[in-house]
Design a protein around this ligand. Structure first.
Ligand code: 13P
Length: 257
């Protein structure tokens, strides 16, 4: 348990059409009260505005985030979405470097760093995701991959900007597979990530930064994971698509406060 305010994100990925996304937002607005846990949901681009609108109308303590963003403010970048467009839709947080962006779409560390810097410059909060594949884990490269992705992703970020950065540790082999890192393994990886941040910035920055765990977190395993010293929340995929499951994870996080 730490003194950092837990942060739970629901990454809806490329799921839910408009009616389902709005219904889920409404169900969450009914279930979630209080502010001991910071909460954000990440709908697909076309539904950011309707989801942000209903959450705002309900006065729900749930922020709306985007799953990705582009670095440039406008112009000939077919298919991309700018930070100011997202802000126009009520988005306050962007997810950068998710494993599916890295490993399925092919985003590189330099592009991820450009996105982090552009988002922070625009005043957004950023969740930077890092994590090793199963091959990297088996080759004993977990720490070097995570610290390498951190070093690239956070290059040029100031101590002051780090107050708006959250790290998501998402072991690729645990995402959507039902396999979860054991609480001990996850804690160890989080501790190494925090030490790397202390090395890159300083101990105060490292002590303040939230590190979410992502990878098959569910109501049944959340409490044990969230009880670890360096686990300050979760980034939830599958279980965030069901209001009861997502609320259950938030409840587990609230119990650590
Ligand atoms: P799952 O919770 O479905 O494993 O997804 C985790 C994730 O990728 C969140 O960004």
């Amino acid at each position: 348990m730490s003194t950092r305010r837990p942060f739970i994100g629901g990454n809806w990925k490329m799921n839910l059409h408009q009616g389902e996304a709005v219904d889920l937002a409404l169900a969450l607005a009914d279930k979630i009260t209080g502010d001991s846990v910071q909460i954000a949901v990440f709908p697909a681009f076309p539904y950011l505005l309707p989801v942000a609108t209903v959450l705002h109308e309900k006065g729900a303590p749930i922020a709306v985030g985007a799953q990705d963003v582009y670095t440039q403010s406008n112009g000939a970048f077919t298919g991309e979405v700018s930070l100011s467009m997202l802000q126009d839709c009520g988005v306050s947080t962007v997810l950068v470097g998710h494993s599916e962006r890295r490993h399925v779409i092919g985003e590189t560390d330099p592009l991820i760093n450009d996105k982090v810097l552009a988002a922070l410059e625009a005043g957004m909060d950023v969740i930077l995701a890092v994590g090793e594949t199963i091959e990297q884990r088996e080759a004993d490269k977990t720490d070097s991959i995570n610290t390498g992705q951190l070093g690239y992703g956070l290059a040029g970020v100031s101590d002051e900007q780090m107050k708006r950065v959250t790290i998501a540790y998402e072991p690729v082999w645990a995402i959507g597979t039902g396999k979860t890192a054991t609480p001990d393994d996850a804690q160890r990886a989080h501790m190494v990530i925090r030490q790397a941040i202390a090395f890159m910035f300083d101990q105060a920055v490292a002590d303040g930064v939230r590190i979410q765990y992502g990878g098959s977190m569910k109501p049944g395993n959340a409490a044990e994971l969230l009880a670890q010293t360096d686990i300050d929340g979760g980034l939830i995929g599958g279980a965030s698509l069901k209001a009861d499951d997502f609320a259950g994870i938030i409840q587990a996080a609230a119990a650590t406060v």
